[in-house]
Design a protein around this ligand. Structure first.
Ligand SMILES: [Mg+2]
Length: 386
């Protein structure tokens, strides 16, 4: 199995939504296709990947460094014992001559290619990725379904409480039982009204999480935490700057219910610093490292190992991103579930068309690979690259 060509495009995913920190008016994503010479049922195996939302397309890094290294490395040195591409060896080739630390956005570029490599390998083995992962890394164990929650509740020009409630009703109608909304973009009193309005729709605080997107300083985070502490919300997400571990540790002494963070930590080493220094609690807090943004699944496997060594179960992990890659990982490695974006970041958010969400859970298709071919709007974009 050899890589014949790697192509990338920059796809716009712009929209008018905003969280407390950024708007998405200029958002883009890289999409790549890795074409191989291996034929399955007469057709060349092609793996696809993209970066999840919140970070921009990586055309420059991909072409100047990572695609170049991948395609210029001796092909045989990228193979496993079965003669298939070995994502770990590909990862090492891509990361040749990269210094440690300062992960920046190269982790996004590598993550895009890593996703495509895993898609290609699973297709070569003619199994869905979740099954490949269960067999290789999880003693053949996997979950029948993944717990998913609908992430939305963005700030949007002219969006009032009624529109927010309609959005949440729509998620419940789609089969979700838990939702998440943005907070921290307006004064506390206004956010409390928004939270109250959504609680009226979802019925129980256990079914609502709130997300600050790293906006608060410590005192504001504590003040906000005091205001919501008694509600019993599912979790309080990214209250603080994602890299300020000491502030997290301080907040954790003041806010007892579950905290969630990690979507903006892009390496095992950053995740390890969080675990070591942020005072998070392995019995309740949620870790949201996004494999697509943080050097891919090869690195995510290292992160899961690190977590286990520190007494954290993979069940505490609910990756950011709402993509099928993390969904396969959640099922095959038995993590806690996955984020989902039913209304935003089309066509990259969401799962297979014929696997609807029911009772807050989703099944995965048996399609070989990650399953992009079963999501028509996404497949339309991908098909054009190959
Ligand atoms: Mg978030």
């Amino acid at each position: 199995m050899r890589i014949v060509a790697v192509r990338d495009i920059v796809s716009p995913i712009r929209s008018n939504i905003a969280n407390a920190y950024i708007d998405f008016s200029q958002m883009t994503a890289s999409v790549v296709a890795i074409e191989t010479d291996l034929k399955v049922e007469g057709k060349a195996v092609v793996g696809y990947g993209f970066n999840s939302n919140g970070r921009y397309a990586q055309h420059g890094l991909l072409n100047e460094r990572f695609i170049k290294r991948l395609t210029e490395t001796k092909p045989d040195s990228l193979l496993d014992g079965e003669g298939l591409l070995d994502p770990g060896k590909c990862w090492a080739a891509m990361m040749a001559n990269e210094k440690p630390g300062g992960h920046g956005e190269r982790s996004v570029a590598v993550g895009v290619l890593d996703m495509a490599l895993w898609d290609a390998v699973a297709k070569a083995k003619r199994v869905p990725l979740w099954k490949l992962l269960a067999d290789r890394y999880n003693g053949g164990q996997y979950d029948d379904k993944a717990w998913v929650y609908a992430a939305g509740g963005y700030y949007y020009p002219g969006k009032d409480l009624e529109a927010l409630q309609d959005e949440m009703k729509h998620y419940l109608d789609l089969g979700y039982s838990c939702v998440k909304m943005k907070v921290g973009g307006v004064p506390l009193a206004e956010d409390l009204k928004r939270i109250g309005a959504v609680l009226n729709i979802v019925g129980s605080a256990e079914r609502l999480a709130v997300d600050v997107n790293g906006k608060f300083d410590l005192l504001t985070a504590i003040e906000f935490g005091r205001a919501i502490q008694s509600l019993g919300l599912r979790w309080y997400e990214e209250p603080l700057d994602p890299l300020d571990y000491l502030a997290h540790a301080a907040l954790a002494t003041q806010y007892a219910p579950p905290l969630a963070t990690g979507e903006n930590l892009f390496s095992m080493q950053d995740a390890r610093n969080l675990i070591r220094h942020a005072g998070l609690r392995a019995d309740r807090d949620i870790l949201q490292f996004d494999p697509a943004l943080s050097y891919g699944l090869v690195e995510y496997l290292r992160t899961l190992e690190m977590l286990k060594a520190n007494g954290w179960s993979p069940r505490r992990c609910v990756p950011h991103g709402g993509h099928q890659f993390a969904l396969n990982i959640a099922v095959g490695l038995q993590c806690g579930g996955n984020e989902s974006y039913p209304q935003v970041f089309a066509p990259f958010g969401g799962f297979a068309d014929d696997c609807p969400v029911a009772d807050g859970r989703v099944t995965l298709p048996e399609t070989p690979g990650i399953g992009f071919e079963r999501k028509a709007d996404l497949w339309k974009v991908m098909r054009e690259i190959a």
